[in-house]
Design a protein around this ligand. Structure first.
Ligand SMILES: Cc1cc2nc3c(=O)[nH]c(=O)nc-3n(C[C@H](O)[C@H](O)[C@H](O)COP(=O)(O)OP(=O)(O)OC[C@H]3O[C@@H](n4cnc5c(N)ncnc54)[C@H](O)[C@@H]3O)c2cc1C
Ligand code: FES
Length: 272
């Protein structure tokens, strides 16, 4: 669905990271965790292409005036990395944006009897909050949030408010454990003896390590990929990722914007 959305708020939540709340049509409430939107960041020709962002949260904005209709909204959590995201960060309340979404295939919530381990690196936490909100209704949920410094650890209080147990790790030791968050994940997996499902989003190196752990321990694992996208609707094939059977002789690709962005980790080809 394509719609015009009005910005309700746009605030820097940590240096370089912004959280934007926008109006949404009623039908947007059916967005599932892991789906994304394609945002036209400006009405001008440059940048021409829409930018993809995960859906951080959906909800209903309480009306200020009595008798006014409650306004559905959605939120994005984004990092300023280039022109498009810099333009987004300069927008204010009541500015409007052209949105396409919700798009793609999101997370499978899995069976309720296993602990759910959510692993997020930096802004990779963005599509994991809505997921956590759904998972806590059915299962115990733990979050493993990692980043280079404390600035990369985002919105942990929101996860804690859901009842999620949160672990943090930073490479410089400025928040939580010093090191990689995958080390804390391994310790929890040892305790659980394989009875868990992993959900991950973040830098490719982190996803690679999580996928390798899941494979070695035969644990179901879903990953959300955040590569480059041009159209977001399956038309350009600019987003494809190599599937498990891919080789020079046998091309095997997955279309990230329609078949994903969430995949079972064993569907994809990872570095050895
Ligand atoms: C399905 C999906 C969901 C996403 N969700 C989020 C989200 O919730 N929050 C968020 O902050 N970002 C998210 N991203 C990444 C986001 O789309 C890019 O950061 C954004 O398009 C950059 O736009 P820009 O114009 O600011 O940067 P550009 O000017 O286009 O690029 C600036 C720099 O960033 C690099 N870059 C651009 N896009 C990516 C990318 N996808 N991966 C790695 N490097 C990139 C470029 O190579 C360049 O060096 C998502 C991407 C996908 C595919
Ligand atoms: S972005 Fe065009 S096909 Fe996926």
């Amino acid at each position: 669905m394509q719609f015009t959305s009005m910005i309700l708020s746009n605030a820097e939540v940590s240096p370089g990271y912004w959280r934007m709340r926008m109006t949404a049509p009623q039908q947007f409430a059916s967005a599932t965790p892991g789906q994304f939107v394609m945002v036209r960041v400006s009405g001008a020709i440059d940048p021409l292409l829409r930018r993809p962002f995960g859906i951080f949260d959906v909800g209903v904005h309480a009306p200020v005036q009595s008798g006014a209709v409650p306004q559905p909204y959605f939120e994005m959590l984004y990092r300023v990395v280039g022109k498009g995201t810099a333009m987004l960060s300069a927008l204010h309340e009541t500015d409007v944006l052209d949105i396409l979404g919700p798009l793609g295939t999101g997370f499978n919530l899995g069976s309720p009897d296993e602990e759910k381990l959510i692993v997020g690196g930096g802004v990779g936490l963005a599509p994991l909050y809505l997921l956590a909100r759904e998972l806590v209704k059915r299962s115990p949920v733990r979050l493993f949030a990692g980043g280079r410094t404390r600035d990369d650890i985002l919105c942990i209080t929101e996860f804690e408010r859901l009842g999620v147990e949160c672990y943090t790790a930073t490479e410089d030791g400025s928040l939580g454990e010093c090191g990689l968050v995958t080390e804390a994940l391994l310790r929890r997996l040892d305790v659980l003896k394989g009875r868990a499902t992993i959900y991950a989003c973040g830098p490719h190196g982190m996803l690679n390590a999580v996928a390798a752990t899941a494979e070695a321990r035969k644990i179901p694992c879903q990953v959300s990929l955040e590569g480059y996208m041009a159209c977001g609707v399956g038309a350009c094939l600019g987003c494809v990722a190599p599937g498990r059977g891919h080789s020079a002789e046998t091309p095997d690709f997955r279309c990230v914007c329609t078949e994903g962005p969430v995949f079972e980790s064993n569907e994809l080809k990872w570095r050895d």
